[in-house]
Design a protein. Structure first.
Length: 607
């Protein structure tokens, strides 16, 4: 997590870094700071949001054209001024920012303390700057390499020194860093979004890379000092895509962007009875035919999308699928063989647990096909093939449009596999594509529920516990609806397969406990009705998300939200909309920071 921005060039340093940090604040917003080189070293940092740093700089500005900034997601140490980045060593000539976790920092700290180094924070990060300082006998880059050789863990660091005032030195192992190039200027950041409007081209750093960056030059080497050559790529993001526009929150904007994202994806994917995948999809048809098993692995919302994906691959391709939580999979026995295909799913492409499980698979020669939103990310580089979800930048910490884009991408992949493996006739394929093309307009109808959903959220503003129930392909929808409410409204919520209620969870239902049932007209409709009736009999407050025209739900539920009729396999994309809107309005009504939920960050790059 954490946001890093380093800059060297002719522009106003504070302005560039503040803009970059603002774009990266979704990566962490516990504290923030800036270090500037202008003759000497000046540091301003504070606990709290970026606005506090802006106010500090307004009364106590920094000057210069080279420096680093940071916005923190706390791992080691409380949220205090002392634990905010950047950190400096004993002599006040060097400053460092860091993303990641140093696992052996205690041992290093004890040794350095014995050597006379004085520590002022509780963080693992401060150990790094003191370690570099202890090796600083020749030049900064040599000291960084020697220090890195002693570090155990995951890290991305950017260092500046008043003794070498023309350069930034950066290194990464595990955590992401990208370098942007403009006209006589360079930017280093933990995410490409910070480069937009400053740099024209970018290159990602790889694990073990060391970068020395000046206004006009970039030197990339490996940990031993060997020169590396990497190709720059054009930055495709536009500043407008990073703006909230007319919306109050990014989350709301991204909810309402979903019909267009899905429309664009459908237009891109389905042509002339074919499924069009990205050039980075490198599986030959004979390799697709040989796949005997699929293992999908992901975290959080992407895991829920993967559960829907399992339904697609098993139903349309007749391939057995397991869906694993990445953090659990990486420590499992990994009893997979060469006929297994691993599909890691990640919006950012940098999710640490997903990347670690991917590496375990690679070490066992298991082929991988990543489903990602971010090109040139770590998972993108380390997977054998990639298919992108093309959702555009998602700034809100709680994923919305990436979730539905992941589901549609998994459906597209399953359809491609089905065509290659000849498990789907032409007329069935044509029917699915036809219904997919109706999705954007159907999602817009679902968005029209906005005002009614807000009124229901207001009615339930004092509820402390929610149950979300689903069956079959919409059991993942129940999980996702509960997760969204927890993430942004800080309300206890549990997603359950409705058939499991009678095996224990039904004991949780008491008078007026909200039960949100996902009840479209599908193959498990009658069973869902029975499960909701059981909840109603115990005086739960029933909210049903059903299909347009289903008047019988009004007899059972206290509140009904209906979405347009669609095939069962597309319902998760439609019911996602009212579930997201309910979480959004619940959070706003309760006074929560929707785009920056407490304790969370967008890209989980630490284990």
């Amino acid at each position: 997590m954490c946001g890093i921005v380093g800059y060297v060039g002719p522009r106003n340093l504070a302005n560039v870094i503040l803009v970059g940090l603002e774009r990266l604040e979704y990566r962490g917003y516990d504290s923030c700071g800036i270090a500037a080189i202008d003759g000497g070293l000046t540091i301003r940092k504070t606990a709290g949001r970026l606005q506090r740093l802006k106010e500090m700089l307004a009364t106590s500005p920094v000057t210069g054209n080279l420096g680093v900034g940071h916005t923190r997601w706390a791992t080691h140490g409380k949220v205090t001024d002392e634990n905010a980045h950047p950190f400096t060593g004993c002599y006040g000539r060097m400053a460092l920012v860091h993303n990641g976790i140093i696992e052996n920092y205690r041992e290093l700290r004890q040794r350095l303390s014995a050597e006379g180094h004085r520590f002022v924070s509780e963080t693992d990060t401060e150990t790094i700057v003191h370690l570099i300082e202890s090796h600083h006998k020749q030049d900064l880059v040599t000291a960084v390499r020697k220090a890195a050789a002693e570090l155990v863990g995951s890290y991305a660091i950017v260092v500046v020194s008043a003794d070498e005032p023309d350069r930034l030195v950066a290194m990464k192992v595990g955590s992401p860093l990208v370098i942007g190039q403009g006209e006589g200027e360079h930017v280093i950041a933990s995410d490409a979004q910070a480069l937009v409007g400053i740099a024209r081209r970018m290159v990602p750093m790889h694990d073990g890379d060391v970068a020395v960056v000046t206004r006009k030059s970039l030197e990339l080497t490996d940990a031993s000092g060997k020169r590396l050559r990497r190709q720059f790529a054009a930055i495709e993001l536009k500043p407008k895509a990073l703006s909230k526009g007319r919306y109050q929150h990014f989350m709301r904007k991204e909810i309402f962007e979903q019909p267009q994202v899905i429309a664009d994806s459908i237009e891109h994917r389905f042509r002339d009875r074919r499924v069009m995948l990205d050039p980075e999809f490198l599986l030959y048809p004979d390799e697709v035919e040989k796949v005997a098993r699929v293992v999908i692995q992901a975290c959080g919302t992407s895991y829920h999308a993967g559960l829907v994906g399992r339904y697609y691959f098993e139903k349309f391709c007749r391939i057995p699928v397991s869906v694993e939580i990445s953090s659990e999979l990486r420590t499992s026995e990994f009893i997979y063989d060469g006929d297994t295909l691993m599909i890691p799913i990640s919006q950012s492409g940098e999710t640490a647990d997903t990347l670690a499980a991917l590496r375990e698979a690679g070490a066992r020669d298991i082929h991988s096909l990543a489903v990602l939103n971010t090109k040139r990310s770590s998972i993108d580089r380390e997977s054998n093939s990639t298919v992108y979800i093309h959702a555009g930048p998602e700034i809100g910490v709680a994923s919305t449009k990436a979730y539905t884009a992941e589901i549609l991408t998994l459906l597209s992949l399953a359809l491609y596999f089905a065509r290659v493996r000849k498990t789907m006739p032409d007329d069935r394929f044509d029917d699915i594509v036809h219904h997919c093309r109706e999705l954007p307009s159907q999602m817009r109808k679902a968005l029209a529920l906005d005002a009614r959903i807000k009124a229901t959220a207001e009615r339930l503003a004092k509820a402390h516990d929610f149950l979300f129930l689903g069956r079959g392909i919409n059991y993942p929808s129940a999980l996702e609806g509960a997760l969204k409410l927890k993430e942004v409204a800080y309300v206890h919520a549990t997603g359950l397969p409705a058939g499991e209620m009678k095996h224990g969870p039904i004991a949780l239902i008491a008078e007026n406990v909200p039960v949100i049932g996902i009840v479209p007209r599908d193959s498990v409709y009658d069973k869902m009705i029975s499960n909701l009736a059981e909840s109603k009999a115990r005086k739960g407050f029933i909210i049903a998300i059903g299909t347009e025209g289903d008047d019988s739900l009004k007899e059972l539920a206290d509140t009904v939200f209906t979405v347009p009729a669609a095939p069962e396999y597309l319902m998760p994309l439609l019911v996602a909309v009212p579930l997201q809107l309910f979480a959004y309005h619940s959070a706003v009504i309760r006074g929560c920071d929707v785009d920056k939920p407490r304790n969370l960050a967008k890209s989980v790059t630490v284990e």
